[in-house]
Design a protein around this ligand. Structure first.
Ligand SMILES: Cc1cc2nc3c(=O)[nH]c(=O)nc-3n(C[C@H](O)[C@H](O)[C@H](O)COP(=O)(O)OP(=O)(O)OC[C@H]3O[C@@H](n4cnc5c(N)ncnc54)[C@H](O)[C@@H]3O)c2cc1C
Length: 467
């Protein structure tokens, strides 16, 4: 095999691409990984990780403000936004470097350039607009990710109207801010800037914030954030942004009634669009779905023989763990491994790292009803949990949804401290197809927040002890 001929070529080194490349190499496949920017993709460099680093500073700052309630003194609390950003960038750099190390350790050949399908199992790699090599393989995996979506009239300019790219590296905290869109990205930035003093208004076109979440959890989170001073406008559209030297005036429309709001900065967080342009997809015969994402089957095969797609470019949910999971499915299927299953999207957990955190897996109460299930619902408030009180985190709710007929856990929905860590308990339960009985027989350690997961199950069957 020549230096340009590989068993597998992966295009894009995000959590889809780099995970796939490592798994391929582990299985003995000669693997190339082509990346145009940073190893680690959006997730490590401009997404999941740097946002969590920023939010950690916000969380600690918030705790410091309430130090007195823990019997502690913290005078003259202050922050330095440049240092907060520097730490976040440092965390990204460290992890991106770690990916480089892992790729080297696994003998993945990394090409620093832009990959483009040529058809017939060939891929050109360009740098500065010039092709510097052409690679070939029977298996080419497109893991090119997605970027911020924008709507006409609300286009980001990088100065007054930001996407996550600018919001991740602010040089100062804007006095006031409008966040368009209340999905995880919008809500996390709203929380971050609000904590450091920005007057933040979040506008959501649908009638609840975090529209994919259970409406009861979303309402709980909204109320809690409102108590801290965040403002929300639901069922409202931003129809116009007028920029001037001293700020941006946004025109909002709620059922035909308009109002204006003037802010220093706007963050648009209205979703993502797949990176499908200029990849040679046409040439290779790769079809897109009705939303413009690459169309794949359960094993990530596209309509073109020998071309696969994983992660954000292959459709929702646009989450890092979904990308990585698809990568493993795709590679193991290519390698002829036994027992490879298509991804069941109902088992993909979703997390929002706001304050209080929100996390869920499976069907919401409404979705379960809409699907025709007769359900049993359990609820347990953080207020009834010893550990939550000891932590000073009494605000939250854990909700479980069961199929009344079979006892199957259909969905779990949480709001409160550390729920983004807790959710995986229900994730495992759902993956193992456990019923209410299995969960009731499970022993949960005391004192932990996880006890509430038990109590919520017990509550669905009228057996909760501490509430
Ligand atoms: C602000 C923000 C916060 C987020 N937080 C979370 C979170 O907390 N949890 C979570 O699960 N998800 C989160 N996400 C989403 C997550 O980042 C994505 O789902 C994930 O990165 C998708 O992985 P991917 O491998 O499909 O693509 P990406 O991570 O987008 O990587 C694609 C890579 O392909 C490269 N590329 C593109 N075209 C080419 C080409 N032709 N040749 C070579 N290279 C190319 C790009 O440079 C990029 O590095 C967040 C996203 C954002 C923006």
């Amino acid at each position: 095999m020549s230096d340009t001929n590989f068993d597998v070529i992966v295009v894009g080194a995000g959590p889809g691409g780099y995970v796939g490349a490592i798994r391929a190499a582990q299985l003995g496949l000669k693997t190339a990984l082509v990346e145009a920017n940073h190893l680690g993709g959006i997730c490590l460099n401009w997404g999941c990780i740097p946002t969590k680093a920023l939010l950690r500073s916000a969380e600690i700052y918030e705790h410091m403000k309430h130090a007195a309630s823990f019997g502690l003194g913290a005078k003259d609390i202050s922050f330095d936004i440049a240092k907060i950003v520097e730490r976040s960038r440092g965390v990204s750099k460290q992890l991106s470097g770690g990916v480089g190390h892992l790729l080297k350790k696994n003998k993945v050949k990394v090409f620093d350039g832009y990959g483009k399908l040529l058809g017939g199992g060939k891929l050109s790699v360009e740098k500065d607009g010039k092709v510097f090599t052409t690679l070939s393989s029977k298996h080419i995996i497109m893991a090119t990710g997605a970027r911020a979506k924008s709507f006409p009239g609300l286009e980001p300019d990088g100065k007054q109207v930001w996407t996550y790219m600018e919001a991740l590296v602010p040089t100062e905290v804007p006095k006031s801010m409008l966040v368009i869109g209340s999905g995880a990205i919008g809500i996390e930035f709203a929380n971050f800037f609000h904590t450091f003093g920005s007057d933040v208004t979040v506008v959501e076109a649908l009638d609840q914030i975090m529209p994919v979440e259970d409406s009861e959890i979303s309402a709980f989170a909204q109320k809690s954030m409102e108590k801290r001073g965040l403002k929300f406008k639901t069922a409202t559209k931003v129809v116009k942004l007028d920029k001037a030297a001293d700020g941006v005036t946004a025109t909002l429309d709620k059922n035909g009634k308009t109002e204006t709001i003037k802010v220093d900065k706007v963050i648009t967080a209205v979703g993502v669009v797949p990176n499908v342009e200029n990849l040679g997809l046409d040439k290779a015969g790769v079809k897109l779905d009705e939303r413009g994402f690459i169309q794949i089957d359960g094993y990530c095969k596209t309509s073109a023989e020998g071309v696969y797609a994983i992660g954000d470019v292959a459709g929702a949910p646009c989450l890092a763990h979904k990308a990585s999971h698809e990568a493993i499915i795709c590679i193991e299927k290519i390698a002829g491994q036994k027992g490879v299953h298509p991804l069941d999207k109902s088992l993909v957990p979703g997390c929002t790292y706001c304050q209080p955190q929100v996390a869920s897996v499976g069907l919401t109460e409404k979705a379960a009803k809409d699907k025709g299930y007769k359900i049993k619902v359990g609820r347990f408030p953080f207020m009834g949990n010893g550990k939550a009180i000891a932590l000073g985190e009494p605000e939250g709710l854990i909700k479980t949804v069961f199929d009344e007929k079979t006892g199957e856990l259909l969905g779990a929905h949480m709001v409160g401290a550390e729920v983004t860590e807790l959710i995986q308990g229900y994730g495992i339960a759902k993956t193992l197809e456990t019923t209410e009985e299995d969960l009731m027989h499970t022993v949960f350690p005391h004192p932990t927040l996880s006890e509430m997961m038990h109590e919520s199950v017990l509550d669905a069957y009228g057996k909760a002890i501490h509430f």
